[in-house]
Write a protein that binds this ligand. Structure first.
Ligand code: NOJ
Length: 761
C-alpha cells in the first residue's frame, strides 16, 4: 500500500504577484520616463522562437533594438542566456526579457494531464506537482508558464477538456488555486517558481459543437456561476497574468472584449497582473470580422485590455502591436497613457520577478534539478492518485502477482507500449525514452517468474494530422491491410494463450488537447472489435484506458470485468498502472466530468436544472426515447478496492440567518478489509428562489484515507459564499431565504440527505 502524507499548506494572504509595491512603482516610473514610444511598444511584443527551425540571428537584432519584450517556447538555457545577454548588455535600456513556456503538467518530469490531476480531488498534490514542474522549467531560465487552463468544459468532444479540471466550477476553482500556488508559491520570484497565467479568459470551453476555437454564447448567469469562478479563484490565489481566449464570446472576440478584460477582470476582481493575448489572437480580430485591419485590431485589443501580444514571427496576422501601435499613438487614436498602462504592467512583472537583478540562469545546475529522484517519485504518486477505477466485477482487481495459477499475462493494445502517449499533450522537452509504459510497468512489477507478452493488435491515427506534429514528430506510417490482419490475429492468439489479459486502449496524445476535437467519443480504429473479440475468449480481462476525455465505452461497461481510467498519467504512468492493478496502491480518484453513454447526450453535466418533470419519475422517457437520460458514470464517481459507508449526516444549525454559516458533518467508514481513500462530496440544492437552481451543486469535498474498519467524521462549512449565486433577474449576487437539500456521499448521486433552512435576518 503506497500512501504518502501530503502537507496541506494553508494560505489566505494575497500573493505578491497580484499586489502593488511602492518601490517597484518608482522604478517603473523612472524607467518609463526614459523610454521612447518604440521601446514601449517593444515591451508589448512577445515572439515565438522555435529552436528546431529558427536561428538566433533571426531575432537578435530586434532584441538589441528593444523591439521584443518577451519570447516563448525556448527551452535551451544557453539560448535563453544568449538572448538575455543581448537584452541586458547590448540594448539601450537594458530591460531583461521574460521567457515563457507552456509548462502544463510537467517539464522534464511529466505529471498526469490536468484532467487527471483533477481526478485526484487532491489540491495539495496538484500544488506539489506544479511546484516540481516550476522548478524544472525555472532551471533552464523559463520564468513564466501559460498555465493553469481553468476553462470549464462540459463537452468532451472539445479536445482541450484534457487541459482543465472538467465540468464543475467548485472543483475547478479549488484546482485553479492549487495550480497557481504550485507554480508561484507565495511569490513567483522565489527560487524554483514561475509566474502563472490563467487561461483562456473566458468561455473557451463552451465552443459550439465542441469544435476548437468556435464561438461561445454564454448567458450572464452561466458566465458568473459556471465559467468565471475558477478564474476568480486564480485571481484570489494571486495569479500574476491572464491570457485572453481565441473565440467570440457573445459575438465579441475575447481578445477585444472590454467587458471581460476591464469590467470583470480589473474592476470587479481587482486583478493587478498583465494580460497576454493567445497566439495571434490580436491579428485574428480581423478574421473574426471584428477589426477592419491589423492596425484596427491592435487598437481594439489594447483598448480592451490586452497588454502583451503573442505572435508568430513572419505570420501575416502577427505583430499587430509592433507594426501599428506607434502610428496609432501618433495619429491620436491610442493615447500615450493607454500604452503606458500596458507597458507599466509588463515592467512591473519583470521587476517583481527579480529579472533586473538576476537575468541569467545557471546552466550548470540543470541536470541536478531535473534528475532529482523525488520528482519521479511524486509523479508516480500523482499518477496513482489520479486514476479512476470504473468497474471491478467480482473483485477481479487487484491482481495477485503471487497467484500460482497465473503464469502468463498478455498486455495488448495500441497504447500498451507507447512512451509518447503515456505522457499526454504539451509534453515537449522531457526525455521520452524514460517514460514508463504499461507494458514496462507490469513487467517490472511481476518480475521474471511471470511471462509478460505484448501485441499492439490495432493501429490508430487521426484522420487529419495535428498541427503539433511539427513539434512532436510524425507517427510511423499506417499499417498495410495485410499487417493489420496479422497484428489483430497475433493479439487474439496471444490473449487466448495467456492466463490474464490487460487491454490498454484509448487515444494518442494528439487526439486530445489543442486542435484535437472530435465529432464522436468513439475509440479510434478497430479497438472495439479487438475488445469484443478478446472479451469473448472467456479470459479475465482488465481494460486500462489511456486517453484525455471520456470515451464511449458502454459495451465495455457491461461486458468487461474491470476498467481502470488511467488518463495520460505521465512519465511514471506505467509503473502507477501496475501499482494499482497489483494492489500496491489502491485507486481513489473520482471523475471530474460526467461520463456520457454516447456523444448524443452531450452536453451532459450533473449540475443541470430540473425542468418540467423530475427525471427520477418512474418511466421518465421524455428526454430521449432511445437511451436513458442518465450518464454511464456520474460526476464524482470512482471505486476503490475497499468499500465505504456514509452515515449520520447532520447540520450543526438546521436553520441559519442570511449570511450565517453552519457546519455539515458526516461519518465515513471503511467497511472493507483494506485501507483506501474516499472523497466525501457535499452537494446542495436550493429548492426555490428568484431563479431555478441546479439539481445539485458541489460545495465541498475532502479526500480521506481510512484503514480497514476505521471511521472518521468529515466536516464542511456551508455559509454565505456557498449559498450565494449570481442571478440574472437581480443582475447581482444573491443569497435568499430558502430551503436547501444537503447531500454528502461518494458521487453526484449521493442519497444521504438532510435540509438546511436559511431565513431572513
Ligand atoms: C495557443 C494555446 O491556445 C495556448 O493555450 C498556449 O498557451 C499558447 N498557444 C502558447 O503556446
Amino acid at each position: 500500500m503506497v500512501l504518502f502524507d501530503l502537507p496541506v499548506v494553508a494560505r489566505n494572504t494575497r500573493l505578491a504577484s497580484n499586489t502593488k509595491s511602492p518601490s517597484i512603482d518608482r522604478r517603473v516610473d523612472e524607467l518609463l520616463s526614459r523610454m521612447t514610444l518604440d521601446e514601449k511598444v517593444g515591451q508589448l511584443n512577445q515572439l515565438f522562437y522555435f529552436t528546431q527551425f529558427m536561428k538566433p540571428e533571426m531575432v537578435e537584432p530586434d532584441i538589441r533594438a528593444g523591439k521584443v519584450g518577451s519570447l516563448l517556447f525556448i527551452t535551451d538555457p544557453a539560448i535563453i542566456n544568449r538572448f538575455q545577454k543581448v537584452a541586458v548588455e547590448n540594448s539601450r535600456l537594458k530591460i531583461p526579457l521574460l521567457f515563457g513556456f507552456d509548462v502544463i503538467h510537467g517539464f522534464h518530469t511529466i505529471f498526469p494531464v490536468p484532467l487527471a490531476m483533477a481526478s485526484s480531488w487532491d489540491p495539495a498534490l496538484v500544488e506539489q506537482a506544479q511546484g516540481v514542474a516550476a522548478s524544472e522549467a525555472r532551471a533552464v531560465g523559463i520564468r513564466w508558464t501559460f498555465a493553469p487552463m481553468v476553462d470549464i468544459a462540459r463537452d468532451p468532444r472539445w479536445g482541450r477538456i484534457v487541459e482543465g479540471a472538467g465540468e464543475d466550477p467548485f472543483l475547478g476553482s479549488r484546482m485553479a488555486a492549487a495550480h497557481v500556488r504550485g507554480f508561484q508559491d507565495q511569490d513567483p520570484s522565489s527560487p524554483g517558481r514561475l509566474l502563472a497565467c490563467m487561461k483562456h479568459f473566458a468561455g473557451y470551453g463552451s465552443a459550439h459543437g465542441g469544435r476548437d476555437y468556435d464561438s461561445a454564447y454564454i448567458a450572464d448567469a452561466e458566465l458568473y456561476n459556471v465559467y468565471f469562478p475558477p478564474f476568480k479563484a486564480a485571481v484570489d490565489a494571486g495569479v500574476g497574468s491572464a491570457m485572453s481566449a481565441y473565440m467570440d464570446l457573445n459575438d465579441v472576440p475575447a481578445t477585444g472584449n472590454a467587458f471581460l478584460l476591464r469590467d470583470v477582470l480589473r474592476k470587479e476582481w481587482g486583478f493587478k497582473g498583465f494580460v497576454v493575448s493567445d497566439a495571434d489572437a490580436v491579428g485574428n480580430l480581423v478574421t473574426h470580422g471584428f477589426a477592419e485591419d491589423k492596425s484596427d485590431a491592435a487598437y481594439r485589443a489594447l483598448t480592451a485590455g490586452v497588454d502583451l501580444e503573442m505572435s508568430f514571427p513572419g505570420n501575416p496576422v502577427s505583430n499587430a502591436y509592433a507594426t501599428s501601435l506607434t502610428k496609432l499613438v501618433q495619429e491620436g487614436r491610442v493615447t500615450k497613457d493607454q500604452v503606458d498602462e500596458a507597458v507599466r504592467r509588463i515592467l512591473e512583472a519583470k521587476f517583481k520577478l527579480g529579472l533586473f537583478e538576476n537575468p541569467y540562469v545557471d546552466e550548470t545546475r540543470v541536470a541536478t534539478i531535473h534528475n532529482d529522484p523525488e520528482h519521479r517519485r511524486l509523479a508516480r504518486v500523482a499518477a496513482q492518485r489520479s486514476m479512476v477505477l470504473l468497474r471491478n466485477e467480482g473483485n477481479l482487481l487487484p491482481l495477485d502477482k503471487r497467484d500460482s495459477k497465473v503464469s502468463s499475462v498478455a498486455v495488448i493494445g495500441p497504447l500498451a507500449d507507447s512512451k509518447r502517449d503515456i505522457r499526454g499533450s504539451w509534453s515537449f522537452v522531457d526525455d521520452v525514452k524514460s517514460a514508463v509504459t504499461v507494458l514496462e510497468g507490469i513487467r517490472a512489477k511481476v518480475g521474471p517468474s511471470v511471462k509478460v507478452e505484448y501485441a499492439a493488435g490495432v493501429d490508430i491515427a487521426r484522420a487529419f494530422q495535428s498541427p503539433f506534429a511539427i513539434l512532436q514528430g510524425a507517427r510511423p506510417a499506417a499499417w498495410s491491410e495485410a499487417q493489420k490482419q496479422a497484428e489483430f490475429e497475433k493479439a487474439v492468439s496471444l490473449a487466448r494463450s495467456s492466463d490474464v489479459v490487460i487491454l490498454v486502449l484509448g487515444q494518442h496524445e494528439e487526439m486530445s488537447g489543442e486542435a484535437a476535437s472530435q465529432s464522436t467519443l468513439d475509440l479510434p480504429g478497430r479497438q472495439v472489435e479487438l475488445l469484443k473479440t478478446i472479451a469473448g475468449l472467456g479470459k479475465p480481462v482488465v481494460l486500462v484506458l489511456i486517453n484525455g476525455r471520456p470515451l464511449e465505452i458502454s459495451w465495455a461497461a457491461a461486458n468487461v470485468s474491470a476498467i481502470l481510467e488511467a488518463w495520460h498519467p505521465g512519465s511514471e504512468g506505467g509503473n502507477a498502472v501496475a501499482d494499482i492493478l497489483y494492489g500496491d496502491a489502491t485507486p481513489g480518484g473520482k471523475l471530474p466530468v460526467t461520463w456520457p453513454r454516447s456523444a448524443g447526450q452531450i452536453p451532459i453535466y450533473y449540475a443541470h436544472n430540473i425542468t418540467q418533470e423530475p427525471e427520477t419519475k418512474k418511466n421518465f422517457t421524455s428526454r430521449y426515447w432511445d437511451i436513458p437520460t442518465s450518464p454511464l458514470y456520474p460526476f464524482g464517481y470512482g471505486l476503490s478496492y475497499t468499500t465505504f459507508s456514509f452515515s449520520n449526516l447532520r447540520v450543526s444549525k438546521p436553520e441559519v440567518k442570511l449570511g450565517e454559516s453552519t457546519e455539515v458533518l458526516v461519518d465515513v467508514e471503511n467497511t472493507g478489509r483494506r485501507a483506501g481513500d474516499e472523497v466525501a462530496q457535499l452537494y446542495i440544492h436550493q429548492r426555490f428562489g428568484i431563479a431555478s437552481r441546479p439539481v445539485r451543486e458541489l460545495k465541498g469535498f475532502e479526500r480521506i484515507t481510512l484503514g480497514p474498519g476505521e471511521k472518521k467524521t468529515v466536516r464542511f462549512t456551508l455559509g454565505k459564499s456557498e449559498l450565494t449565486y449570481w442571478s440574472a433577474a437581480a443582475k447581482a449576487w444573491v443569497q435568499e431565504p430558502a430551503v436547501f437539500d444537503v447531500w454528502v456521499g461518494a458521487d453526484a448521486t449521493a442519497t444521504l440527505v438532510t435540509t438546511l433552512r436559511v431565513v431572513a435576518r
